[in-house]
Design a protein around this ligand. Structure first.
Ligand code: CTP
Ligand code: CA
Length: 224
């Protein structure tokens, strides 16, 4: 059997990686979130560790164990993830934003459980925008090599290229989450990776295989 080896590709490179969803609290018992399982991010953490990187994984709530040799920082909300990343970004060479960060959070978090009332059949929530973590990393004066993800359901290439420019990323890995069995919460995934002046297709595979190919591709483009 042919084993893809990425052994020394990222030796000594300090990688900061986000993974999983975030949870945006409404009250002590409820939150808004998404279907991210963290599997892709955790697979990248493992593949990067295998490739010799020194990996710090800032993780939203997921049902996965940290890969061996990876330092994990647990967070819940987008604001906590933002803080955890900004506290550590100066000490990294490579940043990969794989987390499905909630774009908005409830404007107010109730201290007590919100009760349903007899006369209201509708409830309106006011949400406020969360900080765009990877865009802040991309705007740093001495930014790490920055790789983003884009989960899209239509016009994948156009949206991904827009995010590459707008967030000042070095690379972006796009997945078409309208295809069943790949992307969000699935075991398999397929990616199209874009960078300034190039692109590569990583065909449908289990997430660890895909992560190893992605790490190899990042290593080929990585400039300290
Ligand atoms: N991202 C982030 N902080 C946010 C939102 C997104 O760091 N508040 C990162 C994700 O981790 C990913 C990239 O930005 O690497 C793209 O995320 P995506 O949700 O696809 O893009 P958005 O800019 O949020 O646009 P939209 O959801 O409207 O497509
Ligand atoms: Ca988003």
């Amino acid at each position: 059997c042919q084993q893809l080896t990425t052994a020394p590709l990222l030796a000594g490179v300090r990688l900061l990686l986000t993974a999983g969803p975030t949870r945006e609290a409404l009250d002590p018992v409820r939150f808004i979130s998404n279907h991210s399982s963290g599997k892709m991010g955790y697979a990248i953490a493992r593949a990067a560790r295998e490739a010799g990187a020194d990996v710090t994984l800032v993780s939203g709530p997921v049902a996965l164990a940290a890969p061996q040799g990876v330092a994990r920082v647990d967070v819940e909300s987008a604001l906590q993830m933002h803080q955890a990343v900004m506290n550590r970004v100066d000490e990294c060479d490579l940043f990969i934003g794989c987390a499905a960060v909630a774009d908005y959070r409830p404007a107010q978090v109730a201290c007590q459980k919100i009760k349903k009332t007899g006369d209201n059949d509708q409830m309106v929530l006011t949400l406020v925008k969360n900080p765009d973590i990877i865009a802040e990393v991309g705007a740093l004066p001495s930014k790490p090599f920055t790789v983003g993800f884009a989960a899209e359901t239509v016009d994948v290439e156009q949206y991904a290229l827009g995010k590459l420019q707008r967030k000042r990323l070095d690379m972006i890995a796009a997945n078409d989450v309208s295809q069943s069995g790949q992307g969000f919460n699935a075991d398999d995934n397929a990616l199209t990776v874009f960078w300034q002046g190039g692109q590569a297709t990583l065909p449908l595979a289990d997430k660890l295989t895909l992560a190893r190919h992605l790490v190899a591709l990042i290593a080929r483009h990585y400039r300290p």
